[in-house]
Design a protein around this ligand. Structure first.
Ligand code: GLU
Length: 436
C-alpha cells in the first residue's frame, strides 16, 4: 500500500502554526513511508475563499520545504460531488429537510432547557412536504452500525450513531458543507491516512459512515491534540503566528518544523538543520492526548540554536557577499536571526564610527596602536596583540580585553575576538586602534 496523505486547508486566511503543524505531520508521514503528500484546497465556500490565500498557502509550503506531489481544488470538483450525491440520494442515504433555521433553533433550545441532547429528529416518511421551501440535505446515519476505529493518536474510538444527529451535507442554496466533499475527495484521491486536529473527531464518526455508503473503506485516522498558546487559545493571536510574520521576525522554517514535529510528544525538541531527521522520527504513537503548548520564546531560542550550526551554504542567498564562510562561522554563535548578519559587515569592513575611549583605557589603546603594525595578521593577531599590550601596560582580564574589543568592533559583546580579528583587514584594525 502506498501511503497517501493530504493537507486540506480552506483558503480563507493565511497559514498559522496550527495548520502548519498539521501540514508538517502529513508531509512527514508521507515522506517516511515513501508515499505521496497532496495539497487539497478546500474552497467550497466560494464567498470566503480568496485566491491570494491559495497563493500564500502554496508559497508558505514552499518556504517550509514541504514539497507536494499533487494538488486538487474542491471548487473544480463540483460535478463529482453532484454525481456522488445523486447516488446517495437514490440509495436513501441523503434526504431533504424542510425546517427553517428558526424552527431548528427553537427545537434545540427546548431540548436543552429540558436537559436533553439537542439532536435532530428525523421526520416520518409521510410528513408533509412544503412546496415553497427549498430543502437542505442531511446524511442518514445507519443507527444499527456502531462506528469504530482505532485512532493512531487516540486509540480505540467508539460512537453510537443513535445518539448522533444526521449531519447536514448540503445547504438549501445547493452549496456544500465540508463533510461530504471531503469524503468523496479522500476516496477519489486514494488517501490512506487522514491526519488532522482532534476538533474533527466527531466529524470523523459521521464520515466513516459516508465512506461505507459510498462503497469505500475508510482511511486510517490520526487526530492530534490541539495546539494552545502559552496563555490559552492560539486563535486570538493567529495574525502574529502566521508564516509571514514569523518570517519577518527571522524565524527559519526548519526551526518551526523542528519545534512542531515534537510539540505534544514525549520526545525532546532537537535543533536540527534539515527535515530528514524529523522524517525518521514521526510516529503518531508518540503524541499525547494533552494539548500541546506552543511558546514563541521557545521557538526564538530554538531558531538561535539552529543558526549556531547552520552552514553558510544553506543560507548563502540571504547573506551579504562580504559575509564569507569564515566570517559567518565567527559570527553565527552571536546571531538570533540571519538578517542580523548584515549588521556585522560594518564591523568587518567599515564604515566604522569609533566610540570615545574612557580615560582609564587610554594606555591600553595607545600600547595596542603601537604594537599592532608589527603583528603578523596571518597568524594569531589577537593573542599577539593582547600579549604585547599586557607586557607594555600590565593590564589584564576585562581591563585589557574590553577596551580592545570596543575599539576594534564598536561593541561590548560579540564573537570570540581571536576568531574575529583575523577577519578584519589589518590596516583597518590599526586605524581603529589609533583613532580610539
Ligand atoms: N478544510 C478542513 C479544515 O481546514 C479540512 C479538515 C480535514 O483535514 O479533513 O478544517
Amino acid at each position: 500500500m502506498t501511503v497517501v496523505t493530504r493537507f486540506a486547508p480552506s483558503p480563507t486566511g493565511i497559514l498559522h502554526v496550527g495548520n502548519v503543524r498539521t501540514a508538517l505531520h502529513n508531509w512527514l508521514w508521507a515522506r517516511k513511508h515513501g508515499g505521496r503528500f497532496l495539497l487539497r484546497i478546500d474552497d467550497t465556500d466560494l464567498e470566503r475563499s480568496k485566491e491570494e490565500y491559495v497563493d500564500a498557502i502554496r508559497a508558505d509550503l514552499g518556504w517550509l520545504g514541504f514539497d507536494v506531489d499533487g494538488e486538487e481544488r474542491q471548487s473544480a470538483r463540483f460535478a463529482l460531488y453532484e454525481a456522488e450525491f445523486a447516488k446517495l440520494k437514490a440509495a436513501g442515504r441523503v434526504y431533504a429537510c424542510y425546517e427553517t433555521p428558526e424552527e431548528l433553533d427553537i427545537r434545540r433550545k427546548i431540548l436543552l432547557s429540558r436537559g436533553l441532547p439537542p439532536d435532530y429528529e428525523r421526520k416520518p416518511a409521510d410528513a408533509p412536504v412544503p412546496d415553497d421551501v427549498a430543502p437542505h440535505w442531511r446524511f442518514r446515519l445507519d443507527h444499527d452500525a456502531a462506528i469504530e476505529w482505532t485512532d493512531l493518536v487516540r486509540g480505540p474510538q467508539h460512537f453510537e450513531p443513535k445518539t448522533m444527529s444526521d449531519p447536514v451535507v448540503r445547504r438549501a442554496d445547493g452549496s456544500w458543507l465540508y463533510l461530504l466533499p471531503s469524503v468523496i475527495d479522500d476516496i477519489a484521491m486514494g488517501i490512506t491516512h487522514v491526519v488532522r486536529g482532534e476538533d474533527h473527531v466527531s466529524n470523523t464518526a459521521t464520515q466513516i459512515q459516508m465512506f461505507a455508503a459510498l462503497g469505500a473503506s475508510p482511511p486510517a485516522f490520526a487526530h492530534e491534540a490541539l495546539l494552545v498558546g502559552t496563555e490559552g487559545k492560539l486563535s486570538k493571536r493567529l495574525g502574529s503566528l502566521g508564516m509571514a510574520s514569523l518570517r519577518d521576525e527571522g524565524i527559519e522554517p526548519i526551526a518551526l518544523a523542528a519545534l512542531l514535529a515534537r510539540l505534544g510528544t514525549s520526545d525532546p525538541v532537537e535543533p536540527v538543520t534539515r527535515l530528514a531527521p524529523l522524517i525518521e522520527g514521526i510516529d503518531f504513537a508518540r503524541f499525547g492526548r494533552a494539548p500541546a503548548r506552543f511558546d514563541e520564546a521557545e521557538l526564538a531560542l530554538l531558531n538561535q540554536k539552529i543558526l549556531h550550526h547552520t552552514d553558510r551554504d544553506a543560507i548563502a542567498d540571504r547573506l551579504p557577499a562580504a559575509i564569507d564562510t569564515a566570517r559567518w562561522n565567527a559570527i553565527r554563535p552571536n546571531l538570533q536571526t540571519v538578517a542580523e548578519a548584515a549588521e556585522w559587515v560594518a564591523v568587518f569592513d567599515g564604515p566604522f564610527t569609533p566610540t570615545a575611549a574612557d580615560e582609564a583605557d587610554r594606555a591600553v589603546l595607545a600600547a595596542a596602536a603601537a604594537a599592532a603594525p608589527a603583528i603578523d595578521w596571518s597568524a594569531d593577531p589577537w593573542h599577539a596583540l593582547t600579549g604585547a599590550v599586557k607586557e607594555a601596560t600590565g593590564a589584564k582580564g576585562r581591563a585589557l580585553f574590553l577596551p580592545l574589543r570596543r575599539a576594534l568592533t564598536g561593541r561590548d559583546h560579540g564573537p570570540d575576538m581571536a576568531e574575529l580579528l583575523p577577519l578584519i583587514d589589518k590596516d583597518e584594525a590599526v586605524a581603529r586602534l589609533s583613532a580610539a
